[in-house]
Ligand binder design. Structure first.
Ligand code: EPU
Length: 346
């Protein structure tokens, strides 16, 4: 087999095009990884051996508050294929650098439904398990089979099944104990043959009705199209307005606290969880505090979805964090609820 070309280092690498907020920061070194074999060489390079590392896929879940004094690994691993099928499911593998939305569209074009509710989520396949992406009634972990990663300290390939990933709501092992320790190289999804449309989420049901599909059982492509339309209407395109999707997680509080809150705020939007706790719509809490469309300098709360913070042009990561703190303080003062950021802040 021909040897992969060694990864080449670039110093003072601009990261503006590699983070969806569009912050104008730079990395001391960056290195594009197109073949797995380049990873070990990159992390063992004497220039970077003692420096911190940052793995970037699409840069859609990170807040870069300044220049990164270390090595950025830009994951450009490509490839996607159906690896096998059994009586119950198809197994589809994609390399970490594949664009998530293009991958979802490709699975549907192969006649393989199951990921359509997750259409148009920015970022790469390799980033999807890190925060267990989710939307419109589906979380990625429900379609996950396994992933391959390389441990940075040893260069060893390691396989993770779903248990090892410890998925939670916008959470996994890779955001906690495994943070900065592994580079995900590929992910395999299990798409059950017994497919059923998931259209319970109000925005999707409404969009399907508007398209005359309210009573018919929609196919996966129709759901994909509806999800794309709903997202385009509410969520800003990072290419037009820098953002990282929801900036905060929807907070979960215990049932007793919720009952007290609901007494005071009867309209509070909430979702009862199977264990009796209650998830609150952070967007509603922020909106109710009057933050929708408000800005501090060039960092603003999006005017169509208060859960999204945006860079109106020229904002820094510090500006966005200052805005986030102001929003958190108001939500805490009014509702007694703490909001936790969803993206990783560096
Ligand atoms: N709401 C408001 N005002 C707002 C925003 C929301 O009143 O400004 C209310 C809505 O009317 C609705 C409720 O809050 O009753 C929930 O809003 P929405 O359906 O837009 O969803 P969300 O809870 O704000 C979550 C995810 C999104 C995902 C959508 C759809 C999180 C942190 N966010 O948002 O994920 O697309 O549900 O499933 O869980 C992301 O993680 O980056 C992301 C965009």
């Amino acid at each position: 087999m021909p040897q992969a070309a060694p990864a080449s280092f670039v110093s003072h690498f601009p990261l503006k095009a590699h983070n969806t907020f569009g912050f104008d920061v730079a990395a001391r070194y960056a290195c594009s990884i197109e073949h797995e074999a380049q990873l070990a060489a990159a992390v063992n390079d004497p220039r970077a051996a003692a420096l911190p590392r940052l793995v970037l896929g699409g840069g859609s879940n990170v807040v870069l508050t300044g220049d990164f004094d270390g090595l950025v690994l830009l994951i450009a691993l490509r490839g996607r294929r159906v690896v096998r099928e059994d009586d119950d499911a198809w197994y589809v593998e994609a390399a970490a650098g594949e664009n998530w939305h293009a991958f979802v569209a490709w699975t549907l074009a192969q006649g393989l439904p199951g990921l359509e509710n997750l259409a148009l989520i920015p970022g790469t396949v390799g980033a999807a398990p890190i925060q267990n992406i989710g939307a419109y009634g589906l979380e990625m972990c429900e379609r996950f089979a396994s992933l391959s990663a390389v441990e940075l300290a040893t260069g060893e390939a390691v396989a993770f099944d779903a248990d090892a990933c410890r998925f939670g709501y916008r959470d996994s092992f890779f955001k906690r104990e495994g943070r900065n320790r592994f580079v995900i190289t590929s992910v395999t999804f299990r798409l059950p043959k017994a497919w059923a449309p998931r259209t319970g989420y109000a925005d999707i049901a409404r969009e399907l009705s508007a398209r005359g599909l309210g009573d018919a059982a929609p196919d996966a492509q129709a759901i994909f199209d509806a999800v794309v339309a709903v997202r385009r209407a509410k969520l800003p395109d990072p290419l037009e307005l820098g953002n990282a999707g929801s900036f905060f997680k929807n907070p979960v509080i215990d049932g007793a606290r919720f009952d007290a809150l609901q007494q005071r705020e009867p309209d509070v939007v909430s979702y009862r969880q199977p264990d009796g706790s209650v998830k609150l719509a952070a967007g509603w809490l922020i909106d109710r505090c009057g933050w929708k469309g408000r800005a501090i300098g060039a960092a603003a709360v999006h005017d169509r979805q208060a859960l999204v913070l945006v860079n109106r042009g020229g904002a820094t990561g510090a500006d966005v964090l200052a805005l986030a703190r102001a929003v958190q303080a108001d939500v805490l003062a009014r509702f007694g609820v703490e909001l936790e950021p969803e993206p990783v802040c560096l």
